[in-house]
Write a protein that binds this ligand. Structure first.
Ligand code: SF4
Length: 405
């Protein structure tokens, strides 16, 4: 189960495993989120579709062998979905390959469960989760999760969602199978070439479960302090949460900031404190527009008609008319080559690699310099490159705002 289909889990469990990184850090967040509507995004719906394809492939290979006709018919249904992308085939194949590599490493066939609902109530009040894939054999419990998103890398290390699934799987299966080691893996093909993996002894997992019990109870009661952090990213309250808004707007610095110019030290301080303010502002505007459009009152704000656009009443009729009037076809259409990333999406990665990368028909050029905090994982930009190479490209900041020089 992933962030993409977290809404389905949340529909029943106040404290869902998929939101655990949030309610473990900000205990009142779950009760607050429960008061707000769940507006599923297109990315979330696309993720759900990719999960359904992934589930079909795993079921076919591990738990429900099906003939080619049944499998093709099921796959065809997914392929006709408006959000289907050819690259989903490749990514879900990577997930299947990983599951197969785990299963085949056992000396005898292990137990496999796909999309298994697990009971988490021993540790978290009234909670359950749905684990994408559970594999058990030779004293090992493997919990594998597929993630379709590309925006936020989700590592397996110390991941509370994965640990909760593992605790649920232990509860469900430890009477049937002896389990000593826990192996967690997240397959996120849009982010990593290889799945993120992490292991721990069963005793450590249970000790962690015990340690979160009081926090989970506090979260269930809606108690504790609001706490802002990276876990706010998918919170339903993120636009209007008073604690977060206050922190975002409180980007002032204690430094003197004397006119006429602030110092570079003060710039560094303001940039750090204002991180995320642009995306939050845009998101808040969208939320406010939706409120106004449904009849709500937001003092001092109203919805107005945006910039209009011209459209053909009927494209075929219009173009036939233009051609009859002597306008050349070359004037009416523009032909643009697809970029390498767009072609990779259309061709799928193996074909793209074979046809373009291997013959050396594409090269990777370094990106334009991007501003990032000093503790960012990437190495500092090489300032030895020629200035014209650097400054002919748009300057990007980490929050995506571009300034064309
Ligand atoms: S936005 Fe952040 S601080 Fe506010 S409730 Fe959500 S998780 Fe907590």
């Amino acid at each position: 189960m992933s962030q993409e289909i977290a809404h389905a889990e949340r529909a029943h469990a106040l404290l869902s495993a998929s939101a655990s990184h949030r309610w473990l850090h900000c205990t009142p967040s779950a009760q607050l989120e429960a008061t707000l509507p769940d507006t599923g995004s297109e990315a979330a719906r696309r993720g759900t579709l990719a999960h359904e394809i992934a589930e079909l492939k795993l079921r076919k290979h591990f738990t429900e062998p099906m003939g080619p006709r049944k499998y093709t018919a099921a796959l065809k249904k997914f392929k006709s979905h408006e959000l289907y992308e050819p690259v989903m085939e490749e990514h879900t194949d990577a997930y299947l390959d990983y599951g197969q590599s785990i299963v085949h490493a056992f000396p005898s066939p292990p137990f496999v469960a796909i999309e298994r609902k697990v009971d988490l109530t021993d540790y978290v009040p009234e909670s359950f989760g749905t684990s994408d894939c559970i594999i058990i054999g030779s004293g090992q419990l493997h919990v594998i999760d597929y993630k379709n998103g590309s925006g936020v890398p989700v590592p397996a290390e110390d991941n509370p969602q994965m640990k909760l699934y593992a605790l649920g799987a232990l509860k469900a299966f430890s009477l049937l199978f002896p389990i000593r080691e826990i192996h967690l893996a997240i397959v996120q093909p849009k982010v990593w070439d290889h799945p993120s993996e992490w292991s721990l002894p069963v005793e450590d997992l249970i000790a962690w479960g015990e340690s979160i019990k009081p926090i989970a109870q506090q979260a269930f009661n809606g108690e504790g302090d609001y706490s802002v952090g990276s876990h706010c990213g998918f919170c339903r309250a993120k636009e209007r949460c008073a604690t977060r808004v206050k922190q975002l707007l409180d980007a002032g610095t204690k430094a003197p900031m004397r006119p006429p110019l602030i110092t570079w030290e003060e710039v560094a301080d303001v940039l750090r404190k204002a991180e995320g303010i642009v995306s939050w502002y845009n998101s808040l505007k969208e939320l406010t527009l939706a409120e106004v459009l449904k009849g709500g009152t937001v003092p001092g704000w109203k919805a107005v008609e945006g910039r209009g656009s011209r459209q053909y009443t009927d494209l075929d009729t219009a173009f036939t008319h233009l051609k009859e009037k002597g306008i050349a076809e070359a004037v009416l259409y523009e032909r643009k080559p697809l970029t390498p990333p767009a072609l990779e999406k259309v061709l799928t990665m193996p074909v793209y690699r074979e046809l373009l990368e291997q013959p050396g028909l594409v090269v990777s050029r370094p990106g334009a310099p991007t501003l990032a905090p000093a503790d960012d994982n990437r190495p500092a930009f090489n300032a030895q490159v020629k200035p014209e190479d650097v400054f002919s490209a748009p300057l990007q900041t980490t929050n995506g705002v571009e300034e064309i020089r």
